[in-house]
Every structure is written in C-alpha cells, then in structure tokens.
Design a protein around this ligand. Structure first.
Ligand code: LMR
Length: 395
C-alpha cells in the first residue's frame, strides 16, 4: 500500500527552514516561517507564559480528560479577547483546537458537513494552508482579488468586483488583521463595505485571526472583525495563540461559530465538539491552560500585554527602518509601503530570480513569493538585508 505514496514537494514556508538550517554561511538571515525573533535571533518564551507555567505546575492536580470542547475558562477568555462585547456570549459556540490551523480545519469540516456545495472564497494571495487544507478536503474554492502588486496595497475595487459573484451560503474567508502574506489590510470603511456585500448576498464570513496584537493593538486589530460580527447573523472565526502568546509548538487555538440566536448555541457547540471527537478527541490542554491563567489574572495579563506591545513596537520600528534603508540603498521609493503595512509579513514584490539570488548569493531566506518575516530583521539585520536586496536588484 505505502509504495503508492509519491514524493511530496517541500512546504513553501516550512521547507525554507530546513534549507536555512543546513546553510553553514555566517550572517545568514531567516525571513521564512512566521515566528517572532528578538535581537539575538531567538524566539523567546514570554515571561507571562513562564510564570503561568509555574502557576499551572503548582496548581494542577490531574491530567484527566476535560470536555471535548476544551477548557471552559480558555474558551470564555478567548471569546472576550477576540470579540469583546460585539456579540452576546450566548450566541457564540466555541471549541478549543490544536492551534489556529486546527480551528480552520474544524470549521472547514463544519462547512463541508452542513453544506458541501458552498464555495469557499479565499483572498488572492492567502496563507498557503488555507488553500492546501481545503483542496485536501475536496472543498469547492474560488479566489477573490485582494492585492495590487504594482502599488503593494489592497485592490479593493477588484476585491468587491470579484465578491459580487458570491452566492447565498457561500463562505468568504477574510484575514482578521495582519494579512498573511501581504501585510496590507482592510480599513474600517472597507470592512463595512464587505459586511454590506455579504449581508446582501446572504454569504457567511469566516475570519482567520492569527496575529491579534501584532498590528496596531489587541482591540484595534479586532475592530473590523467585531464591527462585522455585530451586524451579521452568522460568522465563523479561527483564532490562534501561536503568535501573540508565543505558544507555537503547544498548539493553542479555538474555533468560534456565531449563531443567529442563542437557541442554536447548544446544538452548534455540541456538533463542533463532536468534530473534535471524530478528528482527535481532545485538543492539547497545556498551552490553553496557560492562556486561561494569563487572561484570568490581572497582573499576568498586564505583563503579557506589555510584552506583546514590545513585540509589536519592535516590528513597527523594523518596518520603518527597513523602508528607510531600502530607500537609501536601492535609491527608490518602491519599498516605502513596508512602513505602512502591519503585522509580521510584507511581500516585497521581487521576482523568483531575485528571491533565489537572495538565498543563493547572500544567504537571505525569503519565501518564494518574496514574503518576508519582518521580525527576522530585528537586531539591525535590516541593514545587511537591504544591502543584499540592492545588490540583487542591480544585477
Ligand atoms: C506562517 O505563515 O509562516 C505561519 O503561519 C506559520 C505556518 O504554519 O505557516
């Protein structure tokens, strides 16, 4: 049987990490996978997380199973973190999932189970796993225009033009903030216009929010999502704690389904919990327990918010420094957009040859579509990177 497996191409993001690890050149820079890095190039454990681990270590008395939907305190805290008071709590069915990816997978499962005919609309471009998982599951998909490569900004007219084709009950995936891979985000008026359109078409928004707090702040980053949630009858949300709590490998996330009314809540919750049972029974507990401790404790929460703010400020300042340095070294304003973008990523707009030259000649590892992880440039690494980009462009 197993001989039928064919060799698989490397993952477009994770495969880069393997190449980077094997590279023995000094001064190499990894701008691939989206993990925060400090000035020394490390991905530290947040101090609020370390403290929560001590609390958990002291207070946990059993490792027995929890409910299929996960930890209740975690779910409640996450609902409040993401949605604020945009929607009454009794309309939001939530399950704990293994990371934000697990939430996407479970919500795709829910869509497929309820309405296998629904088309899933994804932004062009989007995070490759949005497409990969849907393709693996055989879901009907379409893409909508999102990014104008020439101006490196959202092409909102093209987006609305494409979304005019959305059918009732179709599902439209949006990035809650910090669009991955472009870093170009919708403003408040655009969120409102998309909400109007989805309401008019009878389509269901699905918001993936994996970087809350990495753009402009915890509330600011959720503002578009919340304004939409307050107006639509139904909505799906995948939330991740990988980045904003730095809990990447602990796999912490949740899937939320906003129901039209509170009467649906229990049935929807139970169905989502059954999907957990069918796929892996229980989401991992450790990281979610830490998030519940942090969000439920005034001091730890304040400490976490301060640390998150420092990470955000680091990325914002790298954005400005990189834009300035590229302007200086490349003698062009074509990269000025980097300072205006938000979140972990920007797409530089370099062609395949330039991306390869950055890797082969300068040991700078950028994703194939020229996406860079802004945090990979902390510690002054934006300077050698800008110099390498200038050399590559001069070829
Ligand atoms: C990324 O886009 O780099 C992150 O979301 C990590 C991943 O799993 O791809």
């Amino acid at each position: 049987m197993l001989e039928k497996f064919q060799p698989v191409p490397p993952d477009p993001i994770l495969g880069l990490g393997q190449l980077f690890a094997a590279d023995t050149r000094g001064g190499k820079i990894d701008l691939g996978v989206g993990v925060f890095k400090d000035a020394a190039g490390n991905t530290p454990i947040m101090s609020a997380v370390k403290k929560a681990e001590m609390v958990l270590h002291e207070s946990q008395t059993t490792k027995t199973y929890k409910g299929l939907g996960g930890d209740e305190a975690f779910r409640d805290s996450m609902r409040e973190l993401v949605l604020g008071d945009a929607v009454p709590a009794d309309r939001v069915a939530t399950i704990q999932t293994p990371g934000g990816t697990g939430a996407i997978r479970q919500l795709y499962e829910a869509i497929k189970k309820i309405n296998g005919e629904a088309t899933l609309w994804l932004s062009d471009p989007t995070w490759p796993s949005h497409i990969g998982i849907a393709r693996h599951m055989g879901m009907p998909m379409r893409s909508y225009s999102y990014f104008d490569g020439a101006s490196s900004s959202v092409d909102f007219d093209a987006m609305m033009h494409d979304l005019a084709d959305v059918k009732p009950q179709d599902v439209v995936m949006l990035h809650g903030c910090c669009h991955n891979p472009t870093g170009a985000n919708l403003d408040a008026a655009q969120w409102k216009a998309v909400t109007d359109l989805l309401l008019a078409r009878g389509a269901i928004p699905f918001v993936d929010i994996a970087y809350q707090g990495f753009g402009d702040g915890l509330d600011a980053d959720a503002a578009g999502l919340r304004a939409m949630a307050a107006r639509v009858p139904e909505m799906l949300i995948a939330a991740s704690c990988s980045k904003n709590f730095g809990l990447y490998r602990d796999r912490v996330g949740c899937a939320m389904a906003i129901c039209e009314n509170a009467a649906q809540h229990d049935v929807v919750s139970r169905n989502l919990a059954v999907l957990n049972r069918l796929n892996y029974s229980f989401a991992p507990d450790h990281g979610a327990a830490l998030v519940a401790i942090i969000l439920g404790d005034r001091d730890l929460r304040a400490e976490w918010e301060t640390e998150l703010g420092e990470m955000r400020d680091t990325m914002l300042s790298i954005r400005q420094s990189l834009a300035d340095e590229l302007r200086r070294q490349c003698n062009t304003d074509r990269f000025d957009f980097i300072a205006a973008h938000r979140g972990m990523f920007s797409r530089l707009g370099l062609d395949k040859d330039s991306v390869e030259a950055l890797r082969d000649q300068h040991a700078m590892y950028v994703v194939g579509d020229s996406r860079i992880n802004i945090a990979g440039l902390s510690g002054g690494r934006h300077e050698p990177f800008a110099a390498a980009v200038a050399k590559v462009l001069a070829i």
